[in-house]
Ligand binder design. Sequence first.
Ligand SMILES: [Zn+2]
Length: 477
Amino acid sequence: MFLREETKKRGSKWRADEFWYRSRNIALMASLCLLLAPSSRAQRTQLKAGWNFYSPQDDIQLGKRVAVDAERQLPSCNAPKVEAYLTELGRKLIAKLPTGGVEYPWEFHCVNDKEINAFALPGGYVFVNRGAIEVSDNEAQLAGVMAHELSHVALRHGTTEATKAQAAQAGVGILGAIFGGNAGGALLTELGRFSAGGVLLRYSRSAETQADVMGTQVLYDAGYDPRALAQFFEKIEAESKGKNPPEFFSDHPNPEYRVERVQEEIGKLGGLPPHPKRDSLEFEAIKREVMALPVVSRGTVTAGGRIPRPMGPPPAPSASFVEYQASAYAVKYPDNWKKYGEKENVSFAPDGGVMEGSDGRGALAFGVIVDVTKVQGDVGDARALERATQDLIRTLQKDNPKMKVARQAGRIRLNGQRGLSTYLSNESPAGGEETDWLITVIRREGLVSFVCVAPTKDYEKYDKTFASILDSVRFAK
Ligand SMILES: [Zn+2]
């Protein structure tokens, strides 16, 4: 199993009186925050975020970590035009979204999954399944579900729910970790994984109503037909009659009187806006493009982090390669493998190469992981490569307690650069032992690492492919 980015810290404990004092403050804060405060006049509903242990900066930091994990696990549409369209549509809505002055980074991803679903992580990392685009009759409906998601971000529902969950199981240790430690402490680590990130996406019915109300306001202000939000939900509900409900409802429970509440809000806004926008030629073109995308089998991971066991070993790696270009390097990988992640930190794996680890997280059993990590100190230092490699191995061992160095680092050259080659052994999520071949090179961007992963008993079958992948590496000049 190959897991990473996890450091466990224990929060310091407080004295009992201090704990009591802090708890009382929290109760006070809670009572001051009205969740839904409809005004007596016929005016739009004023919405405020609920009580929250986290700061908006924590939302961004936490969301980012979970988003990186989600990107690795979910198949991308690999359709830049579609993502550009989602971004443009998203930005139009964000312009009308009340975030209380917080600047979120906002990212929009298209997931190649025909299930009807969309979700937004704290901090503004939005994932829209192709299924949600395909089921939308027009741009306004897609804008409706997106406005609903963006409202969850603005109202900070993810960390509000996490706060409630943690308060419910509150021990001094947990609260100590929140207040005593910094934002990068144990809880962020705990939540900063996509499959564990479920708690950030399991909204209450009242959070759903709030997101509907704010979503309706945003649609209205952006000039769309605000009824489209309710129409989207009605449509997916009707489509699922007698079948499994769409995945969307497992994270976003359908509140009662959803349609009525949206109608009521439109009334408060003074009825429909003049000439409300429903559709665009662009939406129609994007929908056609999405419908023509290749269908990716739901082989590995679904949005809820459920990972079905694959049937049998992955197919043999193809001999023809495709290129991936990051900014620090370019690399080629077999054309029947998938890319997970973006920018500098990506993984390449065959179908069935990502499996469920012993703790229920997605774990790479077959494939290659590429990372660029920041290095402490001067990268020009003669010992920098050795030192950074040792640091990386120690970090990996924290995430993978069974990981051992099987063969000490030896010298190697990668695209003419001095590098180190280290063999590690670990427990494979496919069962038995795993071999991890780690290649590290130091560049001005930091330590570039390649980890070639396969179960030890199958390693021979992948050896040549791994060597070809490494041979193909080209560093940026
Ligand atoms: Zn929702």
